[in-house]
Design a protein around this ligand. Sequence first.
Ligand code: FES
Length: 163
Amino acid sequence: MSHARYPEWHAESAEALIAPIVANEPGPVLLCLQAVQAHFGYVPGDAVAMIAEACNVTRADVHGVFTFYGDLRDTAPPAVPVRLCAAEACQAVGGRELKAEWAKACGDDADLAALTGVDEPIFCLGNCALGPAALVDGELMGCADVARLKAAVTQAQSVGEGA
Ligand code: FES
């Protein structure tokens, strides 16, 4: 799925992003990975090779950093990512049930599933008192339920479309 918010991968743009980081930061691998993901939405394999060369380290070194940080991704994100908190405090106040209900809602609606990626679990959003917590397109939601998640997805989609 293409993601209109992020530009398509473009090697020259990526090189322009990472060159000043490499020039000015000690130990720049993680910063380069984060810059590429912030710009393109993910870190394609070509970027790993590019960062390795720019930082004068091996691809395995870059891959090691990449895999250590769970928020770095190697595939394009869904248009409106939904992430449900899977940590204990939220689990204790309905997080498991919400996950199941959300999975069912996405199972019943292929468009919703494609739009949101169903759910990429995340572990504690610092909103434990208002669990179950979620992120919808990067926006924090407390006391999440399926209806509110769907409404937030619709809202984020309309903003993304410039409505
Ligand atoms: S456990 Fe879910 S926000 Fe902290």
